[in-house]
Design a protein. Structure first.
Length: 59
């Protein structure tokens, strides 16, 4: 089923359009489109402790 969509279509078309093309019989609905965002909440001290716990060779 996924092979019926071309790579350029996945990049150019909206998610709801792709979903409707692939699953038209089920009448799909895209509820929300979210853009992934990187948000690390780790403190500098926490990262330092994690690296120290890895040990010198692995770090």
């Amino acid at each position: 089923l996924a092979q019926t969509v071309k790579d350029d279509e996945l990049l150019k078309l909206e998610a709801d359009t792709v979903a409707k093309r692939l699953f038209w019989e089920d009448n799909p609905k895209v509820l929300a489109v979210l853009t992934p965002v990187f948000r690390c909440r780790c403190s500098k001290a926490g990262i330092e402790a994690m690296i120290r716990n890895l040990g010198q060779e692995e770090a």
